[in-house]
Design a protein around this ligand. Structure first.
Ligand code: OFO
Length: 162
């Protein structure tokens, strides 16, 4: 069993993961509208990942016989000026999520909740990847600059994300 404090914090994190999913779905839709098929695909896959993150927490609460409370999901922006802005916002957001996961780890440590501390290690590792992939794409965009042909190739590469 987990403590009430841990239970509430995980319920809040489920909401945050779903908000992340909403954010990336909005970016995917906006990119599609702008004709950026690869960028749109990348964010659609990111949406799927965020839903997986949420469901992993849902499954964990179930295994601890703790009720999942689905809270309302706040609205997300609908448009961005360009792909670069989307990825900048992604990196900023992922850094925030990393801080949230670390805060959950702090609670688990304070509560001497070894099971949850162990479970959270998957998210700790995942956040390293999440930040790195956003940063890598921003680095690539930096190289692309104003080169339209290079941007075309960049977008094609993102279209390959499975
Ligand atoms: Fe993007 O890691 Fe979950 O929120």
């Amino acid at each position: 069993m987990i403590s009430n404090r841990m239970h509430e914090a995980i319920n809040a994190q489920i909401n945050a993961e779903m908000w992340s999913a909403y954010l990336y779905l909005a970016m995917s839709l906006d990119a599609a509208e702008k004709g950026l098929r690869g960028v749109s695909n990348w964010f659609r896959k990111q949406y799927d990942e965020e839903m997986e993150h949420a469901f992993k927490f849902v499954g964990y609460l179930g295994s601890q016989l703790a009720k999942v409370e689905l809270k309302p999901i706040d609205a997300v922006p609908a448009t961005w000026c360009c792909a670069k802005k989307m990825f900048e916002e992604t990196l900023t957001h992922e850094k925030k999520v990393t801080a949230m996961i670390h805060a959950l780890c702090d609670i688990a440590a304070e509560e001497k909740d070894y099971a949850t501390a162990n479970f959270l290690q998957w998210y700790v590792a995942e956040q390293v990847e999440e930040e790195a992939s956003a940063q890598e794409i921003l680095d690539a965009l930096e190289c692309v600059g104003e080169d339209k042909a290079a941007f075309y190739m960049f977008d094609k590469e993102l279209a390959a994300r499975k």
